[in-house]
Design a protein around this ligand. Structure first.
Ligand code: KG4
Ligand code: ZN
Length: 340
């Protein structure tokens, strides 16, 4: 089965083709440089860029793989959550293509796809506790199969990546700042932190990161923006605080679901060296497998969408062509149907 995957939920326009156990190729047009000028993603600009790139990228991908559109068996497209205008460019393109080629279509949950991307490189182990950490999302799941995700926890405000990026903005680091904060942390001499670890004194598996930015801003107001070694030390503090919160809640979820055999970690922030190291150590301390995509498959990409569509398509799932596109903050309906 040749499955085309389309990703356009935020600022990366990507297309990929997955065929029976193999990623054939993927193409991506990143808008990071454009949005960096504004210190964050500008939704209207993002959808215009997707609209500009999606057609030429499709032609380029088919060319590189050496097939025509008529060779495609299935189309998988991110249906949400994300920026509505950006998502609509992808879903409209995918629906038109599926209609004109008369092939099945699946609207993919972007968050599940981030975690399922683990299967691109490793054999997935179920059941697992999955931690998804990205620029827009922070979620904990109980994952029992490719089609069985139970949400255990979610951020009540900012995502972990947003916390990295907003604090990075105050520190005048280039956007998105997560990677730079991570890199600078490795040069730090001090690893203690004055920053608060929010929303831990409860039994919940939810997260809250919005207070961190305010706390960081208040500390930074009292002195000039740090430079050199002081900057590295402050970054290490941020890195450690965010990791502490994530690892604490991950541990709590593992305690609540002792039947789990693995920890899955995915999303852009999963590329963070400290979080990766500590999640792996936590899994090892509980004798569990630790699975996380390599950094290239952690950030937004279309390979994960093609692969999620391939897996669900093989299991017999399909969507009606009128499936809804879902912006961030709205629940994704459980409306796939299974054919025998
Ligand atoms: O998954 P992703 O590409 O996009 C979303 O779906 O949000 O994640 C992007 C986020 C950004 O917030 C970026 O700062 C963060 O991932 N990020 C990192 C690292 N690399 C990327 N955060 C911390 N450490 C990193 N090494
Ligand atoms: Zn993402």
């Amino acid at each position: 089965m040749l499955c085309l995957g389309i990703e356009s939920s935020c600022d990366e326009c990507g297309l990929a083709i997955f065929k029976d156990g193999q990623l054939l190729d993927q193409v991506i047009a990143s808008q990071v440089d454009l949005h960096a000028l504004f210190g964050g993603v500008v939704p209207e600009l993002a959808s215009r860029e997707h609209y500009r790139h999606i057609g030429p990228l499709f032609d380029l991908l088919l060319n590189r793989v050496g097939i025509t559109a008529y060779d495609l068996d299935m189309i998988a497209v991110t249906r949400g959550p994300g920026l509505l205008g950006s998502l609509l460019v992808g879903t409209a393109f995918a629906k038109s293509l599926a209609c004109s080629l008369d092939i099945p279509i699946l609207g993919i949950n972007h968050l599940h796809a981030h975690l399922l991307a683990i299967g691109l490189e490793y054999k997935p182990v179920f059941p697992a506790v999955g931690l998804l950490v990205s620029g827009g999302h922070t979620q904990l799941y109980l994952i029992e199969a490719a089609d069985s995700f139970k949400q255990l926890g979610i951020t009540l405000d900012d995502a972990a990546g947003e916390a990295f990026d907003k604090i990075g903005q105050i520190l005048k680091l280039p956007y998105p700042a997560g990677k730079t904060i991570d890199m600078l942390s490795t040069r730090a001499t001090v690893a203690s932190t004055k920053l608060p670890r929010p929303y831990l004194d409860n039994s919940s598996l939810d997260f809250s990161f919005s207070g961190l930015k305010t706390a960081a801003a208040q500390i930074l107001e009292q002195a000039p923006i740090p430079e050199g070694q002081e900057l590295a030390n402050f970054c290490a503090s941020v890195n450690q605080t965010i990791s502490d919160v994530l690892i604490h809640k991950l541990d709590r979820a593992l305690e609540a679901y002792p039947e789990c055999k693995a920890v899955w970690l995915a999303g852009g922030v999963a590329a963070n060296s400290e979080i990766r190291k500590r999640a792996a150590a936590l899994a090892a301390s509980r004798d569990l497998a630790f699975l996380s995509p390599s950094p290239a498959f952690c950030t937004d990409n279309a390979a994960m969408i093609a692969f999620a569509g391939y897996q669900l398509g093989k299991m017999g799932y399909r969507h009606c062509i009128d499936f809804e596109t879902i912006p961030r903050g709205k629940k994704i309906p459980d409306d796939m149907r299974k054919i025998e």
